[in-house]
Design a binder for this molecule. Structure first.
Ligand SMILES: Cc1cc2nc3c(=O)[nH]c(=O)nc-3n(C[C@H](O)[C@H](O)[C@H](O)COP(=O)(O)OP(=O)(O)OC[C@H]3O[C@@H](n4cnc5c(N)ncnc54)[C@H](O)[C@@H]3O)c2cc1C
Ligand code: FES
Length: 264
């Protein structure tokens, strides 16, 4: 499938926001799902790159999605040079979605760096859900310049708490520290925690969630080749009643119960 770039601009140093016109099937996409993207008709990157859906809207007969991404390496740097009107090869929407349990009256979103991208889509879905779901977002970044998605989350009526590593905005220190201070104030029976960020942050989040018996869903950002369960390149270890087993992030995830992930 191909998608046409509607815009692709730097949103913060090294971070880009791309809007794509996509087919009608994307109208059913849900928070947590992702796409495999590569420039059409170019040799580089050879394999698509997995990127989460940041926002979704109807667009003519089809849909418009936005992707918020960090130019991390060769593939995303090439993607960041593409312009309006150019075409992308796109696979998707792929993967499972965040689950919203009916008894949940508080949703806590915890984002580290570019981990905010899929959580913005979730905040939008939560704001359309029945009135009465309180949304609290903890957003951490390296510095104020790379703090993204805050305005989008605020539009969804979320309470927003910010941290930066250098203290240039909000609390100085890791976002896990900020969340850890409040974790005991959330009722485990009625709270869902949704998290995305770098591995050390996720490991710390799993400790905090376990200490406070909070149910916590995580979007795992593993390296991928096929995105469809065929290459076994994105395996992670999870704890199950039968012992430690492998799961494919692309086809079994990318959303998992944080407490099941085995950290090495
Ligand atoms: C389901 C899913 C959703 C994602 N959503 C987003 C998103 O919305 N926005 C965004 O900016 N990124 C997202 N990522 C991460 C993104 O896929 C990687 O940053 C990208 O594939 C790097 O490709 P590259 O060619 O630019 O870098 P490479 O040259 O391949 O690698 C550059 C650096 O990035 C690291 N890296 C490579 N692949 C990944 C990966 N999959 N996850 C984390 N680090 C990686 C490498 O270790 C290396 O340090 C997502 C990943 C997954 C699996
Ligand atoms: S990326 Fe190929 S199996 Fe997941």
């Amino acid at each position: 499938m191909t998608a046409t770039i509607l815009s692709n601009a730097e949103a913060a140093p090294g971070h880009y926001l791309m809007a794509l016109a996509v087919s009608r099937r994307f109208r059913d996409a849900r928070p947590g799902q992702f796409v495999m993207l590569r420039p059409a008709g170019r040799g580089m990157p050879f394999l698509g790159r997995p990127l989460g859906i940041y926002s979704l809207a109807d667009y003519g007969d089809g849909a418009k999605i936005e992707i918020l991404y960090r130019a991390a390496g060769k593939g995303t740097k090439v993607i960041s040079t593409l312009c309006e009107g150019e075409c992308m090869e796109i696979l998707g929407p792929l993967g499972n979605t965040f689950e919203l349990s009916p008894g949940m009256d508080t949703a806590v979103l915890v984002a580290g760096g570019i981990g905010i991208a899929p959580l913005v889509f979730l905040a939008e879905e939560l704001s359309c859900r029945s009135a009465g779901t309180r949304v609290v977002a903890y957003i951490g970044a390296r510095d104020a310049a790379t703090l993204l998605g805050v305005d989008r989350v605020k539009v969804c009526s979320a309470e927003v708490r910010i941290s930066t590593d250098d203290g240039s905005a909000g609390h100085r220190g890791p976002v896990t520290e900020l969340f850890g201070r409040d974790a005991g104030s959330f009722d485990p029976a009625r709270t869902g925690v949704f998290v995305c960020g770098p591995a050390p942050m996720l490991k710390r989040m799993s400790e905090i969630a376990a200490a406070h018996s909070l149910s916590c869903q995580v979007l795992m950002e593993e390296r991928m080749a096929c995105g469809m369960g065929a290459c076994l390149g994105c395996a992670i270890e999870v704890r199950t009643p039968a012992g430690v087993e492998y799961r494919q992030v692309c086809s079994d995830g990318p959303v998992f119960d944080l407490r099941q992930i085995v950290w090495r």
